[in-house]
Design a protein around this ligand. Structure first.
Ligand SMILES: NC(=O)c1ccc[n+]([C@@H]2O[C@H](COP(=O)([O-])OP(=O)(O)OC[C@H]3O[C@@H](n4cnc5c(N)ncnc54)[C@H](O)[C@@H]3O)[C@@H](O)[C@H]2O)c1
Length: 366
């Protein structure tokens, strides 16, 4: 079993992230070894519960736990106050108390929602993240950010609530649809671009074949998760270092918004990274050949299908609405070398627009 320890800055505690294929069948003994209390509530969405709920509950029960399974609708629509309230009342009906632990079994939606509820129910229950999407394994499940949405926007209500444990079983990805795999692959690429050139080389060797090779997939998840863990350990609460995790996301959010969220998150981030590499070559000294190699890698991973027709002015307007925007420029994460990131606080909006228009007009060239 591979393990990553995530220290919490300024506090004398840490939590562990453990990763091993098939771990869902050994969850019960694992939680016993970590001395979790007997009463557990597993929160999952209905799709994940149908596919994987039985295996998880069987392992927990066999180890002497008394798990209850509560489910939510799949997808972003579950991240609402109404669902939080309904789950909280079900907690009470099942006799949950302050020593009940919550297991978030699902993608980032279940992780955010369960983490949020766990952080406020009776002023805080321990939460175990058991991510089942690649995105949640390498990103959402690590770092303790929780959130639900309001009609006015995404993630507007949230807390920081660090998990007690993150349990990653790469075999969950066997049932994950291709589009969801690609969403996660974009975050793996991002981790490589900002911190780990060697991870990029590995992806280059494997491309999307990574999902057919269990050992390579496990190693990839481990490395990408370790990068997220390192960054959040050094900077738990959105300071400067944590901002490097936004590589590809500034423009990515603009593209997503201008497409009215028809463009999947992973593809939006991928195009944001394509632009980020181009801007890095123009402004941060990234070798143009390296920038092209990086863009080629994103394409080869299947993430650069042509963009829908988008109005550049609308994409730019979405950037301008960003709360971090400044007058003449916009903050951008750039990579002076592949595997290293810096924050450039004032990237001229005119240059961003030029790169964006070229990208929208040209396909994946950047
Ligand atoms: N807290 C953070 O730091 C953080 C970071 C990034 C994203 N997020 C949040 O994460 C959410 C997106 O997460 P996501 O991409 O994992 O989406 P998701 O949780 O909606 O999962 C995507 C879909 O895949 C299905 N699914 C999940 N695991 C499966 C499996 N093993 N087999 C088959 N189907 C499976 C789900 O039912 C769902 O329909 C967003 O709400 C975003 O705001 C949070």
């Amino acid at each position: 079993m591979r393990e990553i320890r995530v220290p919490l800055p300024g506090r004398d505690v840490s939590y562990r992230l453990v990763i091993e294929p098939g771990l869902r069948h050994r969850l019960g003994p694992l939680l016993s070894a970590f001395k979790f209390p007997p009463q557990l509530v597993v929160i999952s969405d209905r799709r994940v519960a149908r596919l994987h709920g039985a295996a998880v509950l069987a392992s927990l029960s066999a180890a002497g736990f008394a798990p209850a399974l509560l489910t939510t609708p799949p997808g972003e629509r579950a991240k609402t106050w109404a669902v939080v309230q309904r789950l909280a009342r079900e907690f009470l009906q099942r006799g949950a108390h302050r020593r009940t632990a919550v297991i978030a079994l699902g993608g980032g939606v279940v992780g955010d929602l369960s983490g949020f509820l766990a952080s406020i129910f009776m002023r805080g229950l321990p939460v175990i993240q058991a991510p089942t999407t690649l995105l949640a394994m390498v990103d959402a499940g690590i770092g303790g950010k929780t959130a639900i949405n309001l009609p006015e926007g995404k993630n507007l209500l949230g807390t920081f609530h660090q998990p007690k444990l993150v349990v990653i079983d790469p075999e969950f990805l066997g049932t994950l649809p291709r589009a969801e795999r690609l969403n996660g692959l974009a975050e793996v690429l991002k981790a490589g671009f900002i911190r780990d050139r060697d991870l990029l080389e590995r992806l280059h060797a494997a491309r999307t074949g990574i999902f057919q090779d269990e050992a390579a997939l496990t190693e990839t998840i481990y490395r990408a998760a370790a990068i997220k863990a390192q960054v959040v350990a050094a900077d738990e609460r959105e300071g400067d270092l944590r901002r490097i995790l936004n590589f590809g996301h500034t423009l990515g959010h603009g593209l997503e918004q201008a497409s009215r969220f028809r463009l999947p998150h992973g593809r939006a981030v991928a195009w944001g990274m394509v632009a980020g590499l181009t801007l890095s070559a123009r402004l941060a000294g990234l070798d143009p050949a390296e920038a092209e190699w990086g863009r080629g890698l994103i394409r080869d991973c299947g993430l650069c299908r042509p963009l829908p027709e988008l109005n550049p002015a609308e994409v730019m307007a979405a950037l301008r609405l960003d709360k971090k925007r400044q007058e003449t420029g916009v903050p951008f994460v750039l990579v002076p070398r592949l595997g290293e990131a810096v924050i450039e606080d004032d990237v001229p909006l005119g240059l961003v627009r030029e790169v964006l228009e070229k990208m929208l007009g040209q396909g994946a060239g950047g």
